[in-house]
Ligand binder design. Sequence first.
Ligand code: ADP
Ligand code: MG
Length: 514
Amino acid sequence: EPSDRSEEQVSGAKVIAQALKTQGVEYMFGVVGIPVIEIAVAAQELGIRYIGMRNEQAACYAASAIGYLTGRPGVCLVVSGPGLIHALGGMANANMNCWPLLVIGGSSERNQETMGAFQEFPQAVRSNIYGRPGACYVDIPADFVNLLVNVNSIKYTECCMSPPVSMAETPAVSMAASVIRNAKQPLLIIGKGAAYAHAEENIRKLVEQCKLPFLPTPMGKGVVPDNHPNCVGAARSRALQFADVIVLFGARLNWILHFGLPPRYRPDVKFIQVDICAEELGNNVRPAVTLLGDINAVTKQELASTKSLPMNYYTVFYHVQEQLPRDCFIVSEGANTMDIGRTVLQNYLPRHRLDAGTFGTMGIGLGFAIAAAILAKDRSPGQRVICVEGDSAFGFSGMEVETICRYNLPIIILVVNNNGIYQGFDKDSWKEMLKSQDATIASPPVCLLPNSHYEQVITAFGGKGYFVQTPEELQESLRQTLADTTKPSLINIMIEPQATRKAQDFHWLTRSNM
Ligand code: ADP
Ligand code: MG
């Protein structure tokens, strides 16, 4: 033992092992031989687990699986020549899988190079795990392994940082959110990139918040559990074939996904591609939206973005249904409001639903509601009347709100407001139109004045009015109106002006003019 540390000598093998340790390497697989045995021994001495395998290819597979599972590269240690050639299969597989892998090979003795080569480790680890993960090879000249160097002459570069997290650009995020929101048959495909990105928690939230069906690829399985009600794995072919919008979370449109092409997919399917690798975007298909960034970060962005989007019919009725008393009267009129509402809002008693009826009449709602409320008052006090109106439908008899207030009937009027008949303009599009032309010339016949405050019709007569734009506001206002049995109220619910019903198989039946 030299007493003066400055004279302490250390072998190249130990330097290599220490450099790996410093880079956070915990596992090494390989098949040893000259000149790499000493590296394996040195690694073991430093607490890196060395697992000796029988063929470099299997060692490489093992090391790359460590990379996928931990996010830091596993090392594969091989000898020169045939060892390295055997490792090529594993390196190619890791590269194709986008999994980090660090292969260290011993080669023949160096001629004129310098010791600088050890500095390649931090670089190798970085290129392994930054951007799209993949395989990396560091070649160690044989004479490095047993070369003795002065301890003080070595400086290990610190462990390379975890990859920086990149996010997608904001306009693309909002565009994706609106494409998803307007999809009739959306599908989320969860690939192994999502697994690698540890995006499970946020993807599950997105699946549940947007009620998205999802399909895992083989190694995307388990990111959201297979037994989740939204998993459509059992109907894979159908799901792919009928989706009109497909969000790809870390899955490539290669043979596993039938290249994203018909007849396995609709010719007009819109792909939203999320990937960390720019070169991957637009492979095989022309995506409707591309989101370049880390899947977990992008999912968080999408979560925030879809939350701030206006509600659609399904969101509204879902929250209404949750709070409706089982014995309430449901009165309804409107086009989409009545049609979609009928499918979501449940009736449990006979003669408790009144709507546009045989004649498809608009304007019946408030009269029907008043009748039901008077009967309830006389015969079963406390029984509620919910009047679900489209904004256009409400216009036909809106002044009956005065009647309701005059007799103090605790009717709850919900105006599902999309700024129009069937569909309307949002406020900005309306303003944009007015810039160039007068409304009497340019307004589409289906448009009504955007963001009309119909709730003020009831406050004018002393009832309670609510203007709601988010699910939370809707839930809270419903809670309040249902709790107050003494007063009429009107909740004006703003929804996406372009929201429509889901696609139906029988198109000839959906062109109804109600
Ligand atoms: P699968 O076989 O499950 O369909 P693929 O290997 O085809 O998955 O696709 C995985 C994709 O995930 C690759 O294109 C890769 O670039 C991408 N990827 C890997 N890690 C991330 C990450 N953190 N964020 C975004 N994309 C990632
Ligand atoms: Mg794939």
